[in-house]
Design a protein around this ligand. Structure first.
Ligand SMILES: [Fe+2]
Length: 239
């Protein structure tokens, strides 16, 4: 089974992911061992708040792809970013200064953990009105996306996709969090899982374990949809 990881901090020297190329190499090795075939290289970007080092990002991405090809790891890297939503996000997206996922109209967006539902919904609507599809990054983290009705509103009324981190699927936490996560998946409120890997130690790629957890709990069809089919469609790798 091959997986697609649409949230992965693989590029060195541009955010809190790997600090040097050697760490990127270790992460790529780990992703390969996990069966990951495509990685969207989603370095953090904060439109209008912090300059995104675009040239460095693109150089390092090229280096990483060349290394992958040289090693025969069979991983394809796609451009992207994890966009922290700010008031400048839409304008800078339209100016081409913020990376979408694989140059599509789909964007991976994160919020403040303490954000209530309304600012999140307004942001998703604002970005959607500008012609983009929003993937809400690690939706398990925000105050405003704990309620399933709210998640369904984002999906149904605003066409958003909900991404949950692989680490959360594998270890949701205590009894209540476990129950919450089970319900979230039962209700169809998780569209995509991704690793949000930052390194090979504290935040490693655990895609395979995540897939196996989903398959054991909900069956193969759902596991494949969350780990492969939906991300592949959003990256426009399959129709
Ligand atoms: Fe992230």
């Amino acid at each position: 089974m091959q997986y697609i990881d649409i949230h992965h901090h693989i590029i060195h020297g541009v955010d809190d992911g790997p600090s040097d190329f050697e760490q990127t190499q270790k992460m790529l090795q780990r992703a390969h061992e996990n069966g990951v075939a495509v990685i969207a290289a989603t370095s953090h970007s904060m439109p209008g708040l912090q300059r995104f080092p675009m040239d460095e990002y693109l150089d390092h991405l090229k280096m990483a792809q060349e290394w992958i090809d040289g090693q025969g790891l069979g991983i394809r890297l796609c451009t992207g970013s994890e966009i922290f939503y700010t008031r400048d996000t839409v304008r800078m997206l339209q100016e081409g200064r913020v990376l979408t996922l694989n140059n599509t109209q789909t964007v991976l967006v994160e919020f403040n953990p303490s954000d209530e539902f309304k600012p999140i919904r307004d942001a998703v609507r604002h970005i959607g009105n500008a012609g983009y599809t929003v993937i809400v990054a690690h939706a398990e983290r925000y105050e405003g996306t704990q309620d399933f009705d709210h998640l369904m509103e984002l999906q149904q009324d605003y066409g958003a996709y909900i991404q949950i981190n692989a680490g959360t699927i594998i270890s949701p936490g205590g009894f209540l969090r476990k129950r919450w996560l089970r319900k979230l998946i039962d209700k169809g409120c998780c569209d995509i899982v991704a690793t949000d890997a930052h390194n090979v130690t504290s935040r490693p790629c655990r895609m395979k374990h995540c897939y196996e957890t989903l398959e054991a709990g909900w069956g193969r069809e759902l596991a494949e949809r969350l780990c492969y089919t939906t991300p592949a469609k959003l990256l426009e790798l399959i129709p």
